[in-house]
Design a protein around this ligand. Sequence first.
Ligand SMILES: Nc1nc2c(c(=O)[nH]1)N[C@@H](CN(C=O)c1ccc(C(=O)N[C@@H](CCC(=O)O)C(=O)O)cc1)CN2
Length: 279
Amino acid sequence: MSALILDGKALALSRERQLHMAVDKLLAGGGIKPVLATILVGTDPASATYVQMKVNDCGRVGMGSLRVDMPQSTTTAELLDVIDNLNNDPQVCGILLQHPVPEQINERACFDAIAIKKDVDGVTTQGFGLMAMGEQAFGSATPAGIMTLLKHYDIELSGKHAVVVGRSPILGKPMAAMLLNANATVTICHSRTVDLAEQISRADIVVGAVGQPELIKADWIKDDAVVVDAGYHPGGIGDIEKTGLEDRVAALTPVPGGVGPMTINALISQTLEAAEREA
Ligand SMILES: Nc1nc2c(c(=O)[nH]1)N[C@@H](CN(C=O)c1ccc(C(=O)N[C@@H](CCC(=O)O)C(=O)O)cc1)CN2
């Protein structure tokens, strides 16, 4: 058996074309141009690359972007001030604060300062709570992108046992809530789970969201499982070791070209939705 490859790159590309048409329709109907404000604090090269990818994506679908780049020495108060200005800017539909921020900044306070209607990256506590309760809110971009990918490939979630490895506020926790809302039975594991191999061996769906290169070993994963890797490490390595998996699992996301492109696509798509609500 050869695994179904969950091709996030191809899906994101085809959804970009649909997004461009939707943006044109919104503008033709007199709606406001969707504008995403991006905030990058500091000099981390990977973060700078991801922000540039988001800005490029906005351009490709006919949306606007407003870039705010702040120095490494930025304080929480300075960042809160910028967020407040963007919250009150009627031209800005969505706000993205790139994670991680330098350690002197209270990241949670800054995420939570983003107005809920502009939280298109799904990072606020309020947005998380609403989403977890099954209420309307923008989902955190990476898990929202994963859900879109799984839906596109008709991956059955209801009644399946999903094991999410990772418990971060913007990835593991919202991923678990979204899978639970889709009627999966969810186990959350993390770097201190003592019987990780055993937990994973029971999973129908494995989500690697722990941020450690190949922490999850291929031989822990059962035949016919669905394997979703949300890790990106240098050299095209994810959180899940892939050796031999392609021949025995049901489906698998590649790294690169799987979850990453769907993360940005979810952010862009939610920015359009925010603009449509303003229309
Ligand atoms: N505020 C946020 N910060 C961060 C998020 C997020 O969703 N919101 N996610 C990650 C990083 N990230 C987006 O910000 C991201 C990472 C990777 C990719 C991606 O498309 N990767 C490509 C490979 C790219 C390369 O060649 O370097 C792939 O997997 O195919 C997109 C977005 C942390 N911060």
